[in-house]
Ligand binder design. Structure first.
Ligand code: UD1
Ligand code: MG
Length: 490
């Protein structure tokens, strides 16, 4: 166990987030495939705290259900009225109950880290560095600060002019003109000595412009009581970007996306145009994967080594095998085998499983379909609820007719089959190994291995029909000339 293991991380997420102007609680808005609070919880987990408590209030049923979904180990503390960040932390310590009041817990930690639920860019690394500084300096509290280009709205870090020591945090609304000029701001992230925090929170007053219990006042209280108050200046102010509206949401998404792509590129992935490539935090790559412009990779998508995806492709929860090529494609929960080829203009729906070197070509839709090694469905086809063996070829413009209006049925095509163009396979039906079907067939009965199935009307040519029914037309005169030339040659 790490010496710096905190006793608890408290995530503040009770606020409504009015400025989002949304029916969805602020902390449940998503960037890169994870909710805002989900990002903060994930970063907090990297500290391996004994307790992880999220303070919920506004829309707490929804937020609590979401938290249970993403991290079963998270505890919640309810703050019924949002009386300020200090009050919120009090609610969290109350929830933790028995563990508090003694300066050190069994693990020797005793440190309580507080973070806001709306700062999704904060990394576990930054949190760890804060906790390490806090421990090494023997502080009662250490606040993570940053120098920002525009400090409007943030709490300002006030330092002693001579010693440079932090003396207080003053909220924007309560700050004097001189204090507002300060560029160093409170990130909202703190490491506290838990016992001193619990004690100081009892002394926080509400005589400020918002009539709230400010967590930030704890710094001044601890300092006046003679305790060490420290600050750790973060190296990247973008990490502490707090999301209050949808402009900042988009800003944070762009920054996180760029960070994820940068990590992928440094690990050996070629991203042709990072500006038009979008990935979720859960996406993974093999070495030498190549991503073309206009590509969105979502959820648990994996692009294996040497595979090439895009342009203009959206893959969700999809596995792309080594060396596969996926072009102008939309796929959801599909498995694309090694060296398989998909698109351009393919749509792979859940349950599609393409084998080694298999092909789902142009204007091809598949759903719940297993396509064997080397089998090709090259053009204009729908394959739904089907199993196709190895090295078969499905003719252009074929439809696996799987739905009778009430139920879905399965079609099985064997290995080394060649089915003609424009076939309808009316399920349930089975085509045996090595069988052929004629173009334009509507296959309603099983085809034995090695047979040729022909299931279409016989062609009938009615001689002279155009001359009789369309006299004087261009078609009639073309037919007449053709007949003359034919008899001259003959
Ligand atoms: C807070 C800080 C400010 C800092 C800024 C960084 C205080 C008093 N101010 O201001 O110094 O620069 O964050 O982004 O701490 N929350 C609750 N319960 C409450 C109030 C807030 O859970 O009663 C939660 C919110 O959901 C949010 C976080 O605490 O996740 C911060 O609250 P917010 O209202 O955004 O505070 P700021 O005004 O941004
Ligand atoms: Mg805020």
């Amino acid at each position: 166990m790490s010496a710096n293991r905190p006793a608890a991380v408290v995530v503040l997420a009770a606020g409504e987030g009015t400025r989002m102007k949304s029916a969805t609680p602020k902390v449940l808005h998503e960037i890169c495939g994870r909710s805002l609070v989900g990002h903060v919880v994930a970063a907090s987990r990297e500290l391996d705290p004994e307790h992880l408590v999220v303070v919920v209030g506004h829309a707490r049923e929804q937020v609590t259900a979401h938290l249970a979904d993403i991290d079963a180990g998270v505890r919640t503390a309810v703050q019924y009225e949002q009386n300020g960040t200090g009050h919120a932390v009090r609610m969290a310590l109350q929830e933790l109950g028995g563990s508090w009041g003694s300066p050190r817990t069994e693990s020797g930690g005793g440190t309580v880290v507080v973070v806001c639920g709306d700062t999704p860019l904060l990394t576990g690394e930054t949190l760890s560095a804060l906790v390490a500084t806090h421990g090494a300096d023997g502080n009662a509290v250490t606040v993570l600060t940053a120098e920002v280009p525009d400090s409007t709205g943030y709490g300002r870090i006030v330092r002693d002019a001579e010693t440079g020591a932090v003396t207080a945090i003053v909220e924007h609304k309560d700050a004097t003109g001189e204090q507002r000029a300060i560029r160093e701001i409170n990130s909202g992230v703190f490491a506290f000595d838990g016992a001193l925090l619990a004690d100081a929170l009892g002394k926080v007053r509400t005589d400020n412009s918002q009539g709230e219990e400010y967590l930030t006042d704890v710094l001044g209280i601890l300092r006046e009581a003679g305790h060490r108050v420290g600050a750790s200046v973060g190296s990247d102010h973008r990490q502490i970007l707090g999301i209050n509206n949808r402009v900042q949401l988009a800003e944070a998404r762009a920054l996180l996306n760029a960070r994820l792509l940068e990590r992928a590129m440094l690990a050996g992935v070629t991203v042709v145009d990072p500006a038009s490539t979008f990935v979720d935090v859960t996406v993974t790559f093999g070495q030498d994967a190549l991503v073309h412009p206009g590509t969105q990779l979502l959820g648990a998508t994996h692009v294996a080594e040497g595979a090439e995806v895009g342009p203009n492709t959206r893959l969700k929860d999809t596995q792309v095998g080594p060396g596969a090529r996926v072009d102008n494609t939309v796929a959801d929960s599909a498995v694309i085998g090694e060296s398989a080829s998909v698109g351009p203009y393919a749509y792979l729906r859940p349950g599609t499983n393409l084998g080694l070197k298999a092909k789902a070509g142009t204007y091809v839709e598949m759903k719940n379909a297993t396509i064997g090694e080397g089998t090709k469905v090259p053009h204009l086809s729908y394959v739904g609820d089907a199993t196709i063996g190895e090295y078969s070829n499905i003719g252009a413009a074929s439809v696996f007719v799987n739905y009778d209006g009430e139920h879905k049925h399965h079609t099985t095509v064997g290995s080394h089959c060649k089915t003609g163009s424009d076939n309808m396979f009316v399920a349930p039906v089975t085509i045996g190994d090595g069988a052929y079907t004629a173009a334009g067939s509507v296959i309603t009965k099983d085809v034995p291995p090695g047979a040729l199935a022909v299931a279409r009307g016989q062609q009938r040519n009615i001689e002279g029909w155009v001359a009789r029914k369309r006299p004087g037309s261009a078609a009639a005169s073309a037919a007449q000339s053709a007949a003359r030339e034919g008899s001259a040659e003959g």
